[in-house]
Design a protein around this ligand. Structure first.
Ligand code: NDP
Length: 333
């Protein structure tokens, strides 16, 4: 395969709405030491991409965008011995720039993908699936019999989490917005699904969680929704329960006083990131291998709800932010 000297990529020069994302032609240099040149076959869309674009998570501009992709190694930079040309690989970490047809990328952050997993699935599963891995196995270790509340259960992270939690033997209470999304969460295996948008405010879904747990509350809440759900979620927990706040889909969570954790029942609070749980090569492999294992066995099915042409990434982000998507979303170069 002849490697081009230029490639098309989505880039942005200022923060703002989806309209700041531009389809541009950029130079493709030879890979530096420790890097490979990748031909991306599919790119993953994640909520974090919208935080980079909006400026909630600041990045130096101008910049590429996107953390996740799957493709083929087409050239090796000096010193790369762990991979060969033709390897099928996937990734979900910085540097930003996965929304591109071709790119250079550090070899030590790539994971080889078995032939049984196609590129679209690989691009859809890495970031959201490894997030689920660390959340339910390492942040709070879910045990058989635990009762878990997982918000946005029909979304990308949520769809994978519901299936994996069931495989661990948990009772899963999912929340989702609207009938269609509730039906999806139920079909994935959730024991109970609450439409948290059916009524305004949080009283109704907090009350329902209490009813479903005989007034005791759940062992752990996983909350990627953020501002709208995080504080009320404390009232869904049993004493000494775990509140895992891991995202800001509705906006960042306001400050929480430690005394509130005491008043709500000696709760544990953590705000983890995938980056911290996959910072070493050993942790990256542990997480990726566990994910590849559950997907290869069919324990977890990756639900690709939508695909878009890569050049239409702005529309894909618009739809994600407008709560129009379900499952994972893949962008195709
Ligand atoms: P999703 O596919 O779950 O999309 C977000 C969902 O959040 C929406 O579909 C919607 O579901 C729900 N939501 C609730 N309120 C809002 C709102 N005001 N605006 C938009 N969406 C809302 O996205 P991802 O799977 O990519 O990510 C889920 C969350 O996990 C995000 O917050 C993300 O940042 C976080 N995350 C954190 C990681 C970490 O390591 N800390 C790693 C990966 C993801 P509904 O309509 O059902 O309410």
């Amino acid at each position: 395969m002849t490697i081009p000297t230029e490639t098309n990529a989505i880039r942005f020069h200022q923060t703002g709405g989806p309209e700041v994302l531009k389809w541009e032609t950029v130079k493709l240099a030879a890979p530096n030491a420790g890097e490979v040149t990748l031909r991306n076959k599919a790119c993953g869309l994640n909520f974090i991409d919208t935080y980079h674009r909006s400026g909630l998570y600041p990045v130096q501009l101008p910049s590429g965008i996107g953390l996740e992709g799957a493709g083929i190694v087409e050239a090796l930079g000096p010193g790369v011995t762990s991979l060969k040309v033709g390897d099928r690989v996937a990734y979900c970490a910085a540097p930003l720039g996965s929304y591109a047809e071709w790119r250079n990328y550090p070899a030590d952050k790539l994971v080889k993908i078995p032939d049984s997993i196609d590129f679209n699935t690989a691009a859809a599963m890495m970031l959201q699936g490894m997030t689920v891995e660390y959340l339910i196995r390492r942040t709070y270790t879910v045990k058989p019999g635990d009762i878990v509340l997982f918000h946005a259960a029909a979304g990308g992270v949520g769809s994978i989490a519901v299936q994996w939690l069931k495989a661990l033997g948990a009772t899963v209470i999912g929340t989702a917005g609207g009938k269609e999304k509730c039906a999806i969460a139920k079909s994935l295996g959730a024991d109970h699904v609450i439409d948290y948008r059916a009524e305004a405010g949080s009283d109704h879904w907090v009350k329902r969680v209490k009813e479903l747990t005989d007034g005791k509350g759940v062992h752990v809440v996983y909350d990627g929704v953020g501002k709208d759900t995080c504080i009320p979620s404390m009232d869904c927990l049993r004493p000494r329960g775990y509140l895992v706040t891991f995202g800001n889909a509705s906006g960042p969570v306001p400050a929480i006083e430690p005394l509130l954790l005491s008043q709500k029942g000696s709760l544990f609070l953590t705000r983890p990131t995938l980056m911290a749980y996959t910072a070493t090569r050993a942790d990256l492999e542990l997480s990726a291998n566990a994910l590849i294992d559950v997907v290869s066995k069919g324990t977890v099915k990756i639900n690709i709800g939508h695909t878009y042409a890569l050049k239409d990434a702005a529309q894909a982000q618009r739809d994600l932010e407008a709560r129009k998507t379900t499952g994972s979303v893949v962008l195709l170069p």
